[in-house]
Write a protein that binds this ligand. Structure first.
Ligand code: GLN
Length: 230
């Protein structure tokens, strides 16, 4: 929906997967996180209320493509494949994929070949790494609805390693420090952007200007610190 339509309905609908701290997570009965605060700033700029829909990560791009929500904000890595379906805002975070490994395993010598790798279904950790035979040839790739679920299975010994974004990996490990550790395998950088319906230029303009303002004021850094210490 265009800015005009969003203002008419008085509501901005954000689609996310709230199992991805510090970007989106459930706190009590509330969905909060960096992405939720960014969405709130966009809703404020539009003068409408924010509505957050918590869903699986994998179909978010398709939902945005078909207009079942205004903004996909879920730590989404912008890439060419996804750009065929949606438009992306300017990037608001640069990060990379990490490994979550059981404590006692040496990350530097860990070889994912022949191992069981856990990922969140449809993420870049799945598509670029675990499921790309040119990068690794695991015995099995187990796909979960969230990295939190994948890591929980690793703690039970059902998975050898989880590949997921750096900050969620660190957050998950911080909650289970005696069972797991976060390791940086040195993979490529990825940039997070907000997904919108193709051709929705009025909305993209508002989104990009709010992101610019938040970055200029150091607000995104502040949000990361706030939601990381939670
Ligand atoms: N950045 C990753 C991707 O876009 C993971 C996002 C997520 O799990 N919420 O695929």
């Amino acid at each position: 929906p265009t800015v005009e339509k969003i203002k008419e309905k008085g509501e901005l609908v954000m689609l996310t997967n709230a199992a991805f701290p510090p970007f989106e997570y459930v706190d009590g009965s509330e969905i909060t996180g960096v992405d939720v605060e960014i969405a709130q700033a966009i809703a404020d700029e539009l003068g409408v209320k924010l509505s957050v829909t918590n869903m699986d990560f994998d179909p978010i791009i398709d939902y945005i493509k078909t207009g079942k929500g205004d903004l996909g904000i879920a730590g989404i890595t912008a890439n060419e494949e996804r750009e065929k379906a949606v438009d992306f805002s300017t990037s608001y975070i640069t990060t990379t994929q990490y490994m979550i490994l059981p404590t006692g395993v040496d990350g530097a010598t860990f070889d994912p070949n022949g191992k069981i790798i856990g990922v969140q279904q449809g993420t870049t950790g799945d598509n670029y790494y675990a499921s790309d035979p040119e990068v690794m040839q695991p015995k099995e790739v187990k796909r979960y609805k969230s990295a939190v679920d994948a890591a929980a299975d690793m703690a039970l010994g059902r998975v050898d390693c989880v590949i997921i974004d750096e900050m969620p990996a660190k957050a998950i490990v911080a909650n289970n420090p005696d069972k797991m550790q976060a390791y940086d395998p040195g993979y490529d950088k990825e940039s997070y952007s907000i997904a919108m319906m193709k051709g929705n230029d009025s909305l993209k303009q508002v989104v990009d200007s709010v992101l610019q303002k938040l970055a200029d004021e150091g607000k995104i850094e502040e949000m990361i610190v706030k939601h990381t210490s939670n």
